[in-house]
Design a protein around this ligand. Structure first.
Ligand code: NAD
Length: 461
């Protein structure tokens, strides 16, 4: 799309906004219903696009993409009247007679940047919030998931209001052009590196931004006593490492913290679980997404090439360059100064770090940038309390992984280097709304003491 075309489209979005059409509850609901129709009538096309871009299994694709967005849109439809309602506010008695209210209004034209790993969810989930709040929207899908990007560009104009919601496909050039425009909000999902570019561009127009970034999400595994708990823990760790886009998720388990004495038990349990879920032989692995492209494949291979890291591999490690597959790989105590322990892994490599005492995990986490999520498998209430009160992260989940993303009642977002701003459920509506304070004053009962001329004695109050 050329730049002239873009500017025409943006002015169309502005006209739609100023017509007031997008403010109506009826418009907002019609767009949410359209999102649901789009998903219901295009399941197979979505499965196909996600299969081609990421090798995502249809069940995983339904659970993590179609299902998540359907749930979000259905929830928004059921709550929208309540969210939009003006709320009365208390005033000090000195203001009598007056009344005040808080009125949510749309921010205006919003730009949504999407990353490639959940290319349907991360486009449509923020869109649910943006249209619920009455905004007009441009979605910029990731060029690294081209089939899904093309699907969104083709399908969104068929179902949604094409004068108010647009998809602009493209890579860095188009993204750069979009960032030069004036937006009322930028909602960015992606890396901290690009987030800095986005924030710098937002600065020019003082545009508010939400940054949904990533980081290294630690998983503490306490030595649980019951064998059944351990089996459940291993399944849930596998689900949070390999089960959602094969570790290419912002909230994926990045590494595990465990006591020395318990590490071999955990490694054996994880090996068994991996074999059962995904198979054993590199050539016959199943139910796993592929690595998105050659660049990321090479990046991940480099992480385990360092001899000190390679020698810590206790399971997996084989790679298939042609099909962009890396075996689920477990490493025991790789060097802490190796790249694999410094950068977000974003792939199927799982380091396990051993500690003397499980409570040392608090210091370990606090000595690194604030993560998007902390997971802990434990029944110890004092450890739980310490994790919640003594570490900082976007979220904490006990005895499971990644499911917090699916909870409309919980805010989803980072802190520190894992981003800022939050969304999901009502938080999504708030992320795309301005809460306007409206105060209605009566002409009665003027308090003369507030106006000059002031006499000296008044100063003595
Ligand atoms: P990315 O930052 O490379 O790309 C994100 C978006 O920015 C894409 O739409 C891309 O086209 C655009 N972009 C890329 N380079 C740009 C530039 N120079 N100028 C302007 N725009 C540019 O990120 P990614 O590789 O798509 O995603 C991986 C990262 O995203 C990981 O760090 C991951 O943790 C994070 N992530 C976070 C969440 C979350 O919800 N918090 C979800 C998924 C991914």
């Amino acid at each position: 799309m050329d730049q002239v075309g873009m500017s025409i489209n943006l002015s169309e979005l502005r006209q739609s906004l100023s017509s007031g059409r997008t403010r109506d509850a009826a418009w907002r609901k019609s767009q949410l219903q359209a999102i649901l129709r789009l998903l219901n009538e295009n399941e197979d096309r979505i499965f196909q696009a996600l299969q081609r871009d990421l090798g995502k299994h249809p069940i995983e694709a339904y659970r993590d993409e179609i299902g998540i967005v359907k749930k979000a849109a259905t929830h928004a439809l059921s709550c929208i009247d309540k969210w939009m309602a003006t709320k009365n506010s208390q005033l000090p008695w000195l203001f009598f007679p007056s009344r005040a209210e808080v009125l949510p209004e749309p921010l205006g034209i919003v730009l949504i940047f999407v990353s490639w790993n959940f290319p349907i969810t991360l486009a449509l989930d923020p869109l649910v919030g943006a249209v619920s709040a009455g905004n007009t929207v441009v979605i910029k899908p990731s060029e690294l998931a081209p089939e899904t990007s093309a699907f969104l560009a083709r399908t969104i104009p068929v179902y949604l209001d094409r004068k108010a919601i647009k998809v602009v496909e493209g890579g860095v050039d188009i993204a750069g052009y979009l960032l030069q425009q004036k937006w009322d909000k930028i909602f960015f999902t992606g890396s901290a590196r690009v987030a800095r570019i986005v924030m710098a561009a937002a600065l020019n127009h003082l545009t508010p931004v939400t940054l949904e970034l990533g980081g290294k999400c630690p998983t503490i595994v306490d030595s649980l006593s019951a064998p059944l708990d351990l089996k459940v823990a291993a399944k849930r760790i596998a689900a949070g490492k390999w089960g959602a886009c094969n570790g290419q998720a912002c909230i994926a388990v990045d590494y595990i913290l465990v006591e020395h004495k318990f590490s071999s038990t955990l490694v054996e349990l994880l090996k068994k679980t991996v074999k059962r879920f995904y198979g054993e032989n590199l050539k016959s692995l199943k139910n796993l997404s592929k690595i998105v492209n050659k660049h990321h494949f090479n990046r991940l291979c480099n992480l385990i090439e360092d001899p000190a890291v390679a020698s810590s591999i206790v399971y997996g490690g084989k790679v298939d360059e042609e099909n962009l597959i890396i075996e689920p790989t477990i490493l025991l105590d790789p060097p802490l100064d190796a790249e694999i322990m410094l950068e977000e892994i974003f792939g199927p490599l799982l380091p396990i770090i051993t500690l003397d005492k499980i409570k040392d995990s608090i210091e370990f986490i606090n000595s690194r940038p604030k993560p998007l999520a902390v997971y802990a498998f434990t029944k110890d209430d004092s450890l739980k309390k310490q994790i919640v009160t003594e570490t900082s992260s976007g979220s904490v989940t006990f005895n499971d992984t990644i499911i917090q993303f699916a909870c409309d009642g919980l805010p989803f977002g980072g802190v520190g280097q894992s981003g800022f701003g939050r969304y999901h459920g009502k938080y999504s509506f708030d992320a795309f709304s301005h809460e306007k304070a409206v105060l209605h004053r009566s002409f009665h009962l003027e308090l003369e003491a507030r106006h000059p001329p002031w006499k000296d004695f008044k100063m003595k109050f």
